[in-house]
Design a protein around this ligand. Structure first.
Ligand code: BG6
Length: 501
């Protein structure tokens, strides 16, 4: 098969994108909760060519029939009633097959080779398993002769727990697959509004001309979750919020906000610009760690009015753990576009709302002529909401109406709510978009090796700083917006977190 079909770089993609998907970890939580529903939607939308086949691989003793039943049950649970139609379900389930496999032993991998014998489509291997065994699986696939020079591999985060371990994992994958066929998932890049950042920034001259330190005073990125650890204590306690959320999702959002315009939409043009941002992130030196970074851990509190336990009281908890469930920080991108513009990042578990949003605060007018007491509100904000509802609002100032109001200002949104503005279009889940892009051989929504490594480099100095200081995380009650110190961190700059929730 030709190389061009494998790694097409046109953003319009390869229309003929039939594949064979080998899904490792096919009975795992991610597969049942996210991947099968996403694949089903692609099929239902007519985006999965007739010939595409899906092979589930897991340790459990199943045959194809019991596997299909399990996937069907998961789909019934996850899909809305009006998304389930018999014809689509039957067609989708008919694509599935299953093999029991011990992933770390070479024995048995020839089953994949046999499945692929003579197949005219490229294979996509999805590793929905822990990163520690990515290398083993890649090696076993190669040793069994199951791969050809068109096979692509999809890997999930977290890739390692620091720079060194991520390099080892990337080396192991790289020993088998070239970078052009490795698709590292950060599911935030598949969210519709995140992709919209590229359109918003680079298609609208209105913003293009304003997007720099002359016009923007500061940027906020908040990714708040209402949930706690959800039975993942073991994984989470080794990671913490910095590794679990900042190293990947928040830094990717920051890159898309801060990067320079790429020369085109090719994967490498975009990723080259993101890497420049990661390289320009200011390290936390001297007092900055204590002053500009707040780590938190939730204690018992309430969620939706119901009492919930603290982090150290969750099932399987190590009661001495000092792992952070919240991080807030002030950082800067040291380049001409952004010099002097703080980026305030904040993310935590057990916050009052599930909320992901970016707020761009524009500078005030150089000369102010309205009531002195309104000076603080007299600036525009662009609010980009990723979830719960996706939308963009530009906060503008107008005159407050009424005979008694004089020239009082009133901030109000020019608002674009995707669900009501485009009611007919369903907002696809991030995994639908990402899986479709892999089928097409498009890498622009996936993370390149150097991005992962520069992000780790920056996070490593933070983690090292925390270890050297050995100060415990600050407590915050579940259901609050984090430790008081995270509010003090921004108010000492004369600002506040944008609170419209
Ligand atoms: C994952 C993290 O990457 O993202 C989880 O490992 C987190 O801890 C999840 O809950 C949040 O994703 P989303 O799409 O629900 O914001």
């Amino acid at each position: 098969m030709s190389q061009s079909r494998d790694a097409s770089t046109s953003p319009l993609g390869n229309p003929n994108h039939a594949i064979d998907l080998a899904l490792f970890g096919a009975l795992g939580d991610l597969a049942l909760r996210k991947l099968f529903p996403a694949l089903y939607h692609l099929d239902r939308e007519g985006l999965m060519p007739e010939s595409t086949r899906i092979m589930g691989l897991a340790r459990q003793e199943h045959d194809a029939t019991t596997f299909r039943q399990e996937v069907e049950a998961a789909l019934h649970k996850r899909l809305k009633a009006d998304e389930q139609d018999k014809v689509s379900l039957k067609r989708f389930l008919g694509r599935l097959d299953y093999r029991q496999l011990n992933f770390t032993s070479a024995k048995g991998f020839e089953t994949i080779k046999a499945w692929r014998e003579g197949a005219p489509r490229p294979m996509v291997v999805y590793l929905s398993v822990g990163a520690k065994i990515y290398g083993d699986i890649c090696h076993n696939l190669q040793a069994s002769g199951s791969l050809d020079d068109e096979t692509r591999v999809i890997v999930e985060k977290p890739i390692g727990s620091d720079l060194v371990s991520s390099q080892q994992i990337n080396d192991a994958i790289g020993a088998v697959f070239p970078e052009s066929r490795i698709y590292r998932i950060d599911h935030y890049l598949g969210k519709e509004t995140v992709q919209n950042l590229i359109a918003l920034r680079f298609a609208n001259p209105l913003f293009g001309t304003q997007w720099n330190q002359n016009h923007i005073s500061h940027v906020e990125i908040t990714v708040a979750e209402k949930v706690g650890i959800e039975g993942r204590w073991g994984y989470f306690d080794d990671a913490g919020q910095l590794r679990d959320m900042v190293q990947n999702h928040l830094l990717q959002l920051l890159c898309l906000i801060a990067m320079d315009p790429p020369s085109n939409l090719d994967a490498d043009a975009i990723r080259d610009e993101k890497v420049k941002v990661l390289k320009a992130l200011k390290p936390f030196t001297g007092d900055a760690l204590g002053r500009d970074v707040v780590r938190g851990q939730y204690i018992a509190g309430t969620t939706d009015g119901q009492p919930v336990p603290g982090y150290l009281e969750e099932d399987d908890a190590n009661t001495q753990s000092q792992t952070e469930t919240f991080v807030a920080m002030k950082t800067e991108v040291s380049n001409w576009r952004w010099a002097g513009v703080p980026f305030y990042l904040r993310t935590g578990k057990r916050m009052p709302e599930k909320l992901s949003q970016i707020v761009i605060h524009f500078r005030q007018q150089p000369h102010y002529i309205f009531d002195p007491d309104q000076r603080g509100i007299a600036a525009n904000k662009l609010i980009i909401r990723l979830q719960p509802e996706e939308g963009i609002a530009l906060q503008v100032l107008t005159k407050d109406s009424g005979l008694h109001k004089g020239m009082r200002l009133r901030p109000g949104p020019l608002h674009l709510d995707f669900n009501s503005a485009f009611p007919k279009s369903r907002i696809p889940d991030a995994y639908e978009r990402l899986l479709l892009e892999v089928m097409k051989g498009q890498q622009y929504l996936f993370v390149r090796r150097d991005e992962v490594e520069y992000a780790w480099r920056w996070c490593d100095q933070l983690i090292e700083g925390w270890q050297n200081r050995d100060t415990p995380p600050r407590r915050y009650p579940a259901g609050s917006w984090g430790p008081v110190a995270s509010i003090a961190m921004i108010t000492q700059d004369g600002r506040s977190w944008y609170e419209d929730y």
